[in-house]
Design a protein around this ligand. Structure first.
Ligand SMILES: NC(=O)c1ccc[n+]([C@@H]2O[C@H](COP(=O)([O-])OP(=O)(O)OC[C@H]3O[C@@H](n4cnc5c(N)ncnc54)[C@H](OP(=O)(O)O)[C@@H]3O)[C@@H](O)[C@H]2O)c1
Length: 299
């Protein structure tokens, strides 16, 4: 079967034998997959042979399904745990469905379960135009929070406002969130840039506020003053989808997300849909931070 494999820290399309099924797993003939920033790190570090977490395709019963898999998703065939599979409703494409698992589940669980964002609260989202960001912006706005999205340029600002952000703030690379937001405070911050922005996010919390921390896109270390956190009764809540509480409800959340898409309540912004064989170009576009929402590959 064709698969996106890791060769010397670079992605390429190659041949691999079909994986072996574990007992109870669901076989999926893959039709579309989506990229996540974490896949770049996996490939660069040659951490796995076949990368890929987000898949949509057809199962052995002929159902159209989407799934979250641990690895090996960027391939013509993958096996998924049944608790992490959901049927795709009519009106939702394979491409749309494949864009959801990692990004939309992360946004949902950070906002609903960890930050527990409420109507009327102020929510700051870094990386607002990215894969997780585009879902988080919509979910925050739907709850009734006042959503401020941090983005890298004016086009991304217009893009996230169209998705429902009340405000989009362009913060240049290397610039400080503290300088931009000064005395403003937020009940919740969804943070994934890491480095200095994480420390600055802690300082931007309203009393008893929470930083839902799910990424470190910068790769930088963070130095922060503990008083900024305990002096304000603040919290930093780490989140990793593959160590999520209630992992057996992943499929149920995915089903609910797919239902929201089918009902026209959740948009799936796909920046570009590449043929599977053009995977290296897709990875390069993501690496360059030149993406509005998600990148998808179709087989
Ligand atoms: N913990 C988990 O389970 C989990 C799940 C999903 C994602 N993640 C992590 O969360 C982060 C976002 O993931 P994603 O898939 O949404 O990524 P993405 O689609 O690439 O979006 C990331 C956004 O962050 C912004 N950004 C700010 N500083 C950046 C930096 N130093 N390097 C790269 N981008 C930067 C970029 O916007 P501008 O260029 O406009 O600034 C970009 O739009 C990644 O670090 C990813 O590994 C973790």
């Amino acid at each position: 079967m064709r698969a996106i494999i890791t060769e010397g820290g670079l992605p390429s399309v190659g041949e691999r034998s079909e994986p072996q099924a574990q007992p109870g797993q669901v076989r999926i003939a893959v039709k579309a997959v989506s990229l996540n920033r974490g896949n770049l790190r996996q490939v660069a570090g040659s951490l796995v042979d076949v990368v890929g977490w987000d898949v949509a395709g057809v199962d052995a019963r002929g159902r159209r399904v989407a799934a979250l898999v641990d690895e090996g998703g960027f391939a013509e065939v993958v096996y998924a745990h049944p608790d992490r599979v959901a049927e795709i409703p009519d009106g939702v494409s394979f491409a749309q469905a494949s864009a959801l698992p990692v990004a939309a589940l992360t946004a949902l669980r950070c906002i609903r379960d960890h930050a527990q964002v409420l109507s009327g609260q102020r929510l700051l989202i870094t990386g607002g135009a990215g894969g997780v960001g585009v879902f988080a912006v919509q979910m925050g706005a739907e709850i009734g929070a006042r959503v401020t999205a941090v983005v890298g340029d004016d086009r991304k600002a217009a893009f996230v406002q169209d998705l429902g952000a009340h405000e989009a703030v362009v913060v240049a690379r290397g610039a400080s969130l503290s300088d931009v937001f000064e005395q403003r405070r937020f009940e919740a911050v969804l943070e994934s840039a890491g480095g200095a922005w994480l420390a600055q996010s802690i300082r931007l919390l309203a009393p008893s506020g929470v930083v839902a921390l799910f990424g470190n896109s910068s790769g930088d270390e963070t130095t922060f003053n503990p008083r900024d956190l305990f002096g304000n009764s603040g919290r930093v809540h780490g989140f990793f989808l593959f160590r999520t509480p209630a992992p057996r409800t992943v499929g149920r959340d995915l089903e609910a997300l797919l239902g929201r898409v089918a009902a026209g309540k959740l948009r799936v912004p796909i920046d570009r849909d590449y043929p599977f064989d053009e995977a290296p170009l897709a990875f390069e576009q993501l690496r360059a931070r030149d993406v509005h929402g998600k990148i998808v590959l179709t087989l």
